[in-house]
Ligand binder design. Structure first.
Ligand SMILES: [Zn+2]
Length: 463
């Protein structure tokens, strides 16, 4: 562990934010073993504070909660909670600023704005407080403690380059050489001594990513499942291995059993995945001893509901409804995130945190470029979410040269907005494509009722 104080080596002392986060780990280290009843009792106490605040300070909820029979100041019960209507992504779009309180307790810190919608095709923007980000980092550290064996080796990150990067770093990161810095960065490097970080944009073919990994011989790779799949196919077909690699960590999309097996067979390492979204924070982390996902009950309430809005039993699938417990900047009460999940029985590891066997949906097809190379199909939902009239989107690759963009709109787009959409597409898919825009009221769903935001009609498997 590092010390926050210069020239202090032993025993190491943390101060400030890292100290707060490690103090919180002490609590999380205990609460993970609590039984379901005790966890729910504590959650209800935190929910009561959130509901009380929302009733008083958030215009959208004042009427909605009263209509559900929740009076300000009255004790919250699970029965009353279940009467609150779920909040859809379209509700969030329509409510806009009415979901945000005029004033936040000063101790919750500054407010930032975040956008989400890359895996559901329904973009939303909400506010997030520094306090909510602190809880995000607390779970991030829990994931480190649950899964990371060693932090002294190199970390290769293959992802969209973060907006926090300088223009020079972004430029370097977008080349084949990527960008390298001496520490992993983030909260990990404020708490532990870490190895170097090598980062490259995911907007390269698998061959470039594989060369980059071979060059830096990392202990860990961090990327998105759709990009990992392309890397694994490339390695498998050529007998390439990555000596020294300990695990591949992923985010954003679903990891299925086939991908886990492919990673084990091809590289001999496991995948560490989680379930998180920008607007809710971490929802679940992979169990340290299995591939199922433990709900992070200390930071969110997760309900898996059937068609009649009743909780589903273990072994059954239902809609994921999440309530982040600590983001008062845009309270999301019973938020229908747009995913389905399968509930599991209590975990054999002994942790009381509820278990999800798998998350359904959240899969992204590959884009095939005119030269035949594949890469993750990326669409900048963050930029798109600024055009409020766009309610839903779907990007479809029809052929090697043609991409259709279907937009569900609240009103006809202005010429300027159409240019913006075209610019986003051109930036994301590159040249060589004819891009066609069309409009509708609602984007057709799959047989399972899902909107697939990006899909391809070209073969996904390698020849
Ligand atoms: Zn477990």
């Amino acid at each position: 562990m590092r010390s926050s104080i210069g020239s202090n080596i032993f025993p190491p002392i943390l101060t400030g934010r890292p100290a707060t986060l490690m103090a919180l780990q002490h609590h999380l280290g205990q609460s993970q073993w609590w039984d379901a009843e005790r966890l729910r009792a504590e959650q209800l106490r935190q929910l009561a504070a959130l509901v009380n605040f929302a009733t008083r300070a958030v215009p959208f909820y004042a009427d909605r909660l009263r209509a559900a029979g929740l009076e300000p100041g009255a004790p919250l019960t699970w029965q009353a909670w279940s009467r609150i209507p779920t909040l859809t992504r379209h509700d969030v779009q329509d409510a806009g600023d009415a979901l945000n309180p005029a004033v936040l307790p000063p101790s919750h810190g500054r407010i930032g704005e975040i956008a989400s919608g890359g895996s559901t095709g329904v973009p939303v923007r909400i506010h997030k407080s520094e306090f909510a980000n602190l809880m995000w980092e607390a779970i991030h550290i829990r994931e480190e403690l649950w899964h990371r064996e060693d932090r002294t080796g190199a970390l290769v990150v293959i992802a969209g380059l973060p907006r926090s990067m300088s223009e020079a770093e972004r430029l370097a990161g977008s080349t084949r050489d990527g960008v390298s810095v001496p520490q992993w960065g983030g909260i990990q490097s404020q708490i532990w001594t870490t190895g170097p970080l090598h980062m490259i944009d995911l907007n390269h073919p698998a061959e470039t990513h594989v060369d980059f990994i071979l060059k830096h011989a990392p202990s860990y790779i961090y990327t998105l499942p759709s990009t990992l799949r392309l890397i694994l196919w490339h390695c498998r077909n050529r007998g390439i291995a990555f000596p020294g690699l300990r695990a591949v960590w992923t985010r954003s999309e679903t990891v299925d059993d086939a991908l886990r097996q492919l990673c084990q067979d091809t590289l001999g390492v496991r995948i560490v995945s989680n379930y998180s979204t920008a607007e809710t924070g971490y929802i679940a982390l992979q169990c340290p001893t299995s591939t199922a996902l433990h709900v992070q009950s200390e930071t969110c309430l997760v309900e898996i509901l059937d068609a009649d809005s009743n909780p589903v039993p273990p072994g059954a699938c239902g809609r994921v409804v999440v309530t982040p417990l600590h983001n008062f900047a845009t309270p999301l009460l019973r938020y229908e995130i747009g995913d389905d999940a399968e509930c599991a029985e209590a975990c054999s590891c002994g942790r009381g945190l509820p278990l999800l066997k798998r998350i359904l949906g959240r899969t992204i097809d590959h884009l095939t470029r005119p030269d035949g190379r594949r890469r993750r199909f990326f669409f900048d939902h963050y930029a798109l979410s600024k055009i409020r009239a766009v309610k839903e989107y779907q990007v479809i690759q029809r052929s090697l040269h043609r991409i259709d963009v279907l937009l569900a709109i609240a009103r006809p787009l202005t010429d300027d907005e159409i240019s913006q959409v075209r610019a986003i597409m051109a930036k994301d898919v590159g040249t060589g494509f004819e891009i066609d825009l069309s409009y509708c009221d609602r984007i057709p769903r799959t047989a399972a009722g899902k909107l697939r935001p990006v899909r391809s009609e070209l073969p996904q498997q390698p020849d």
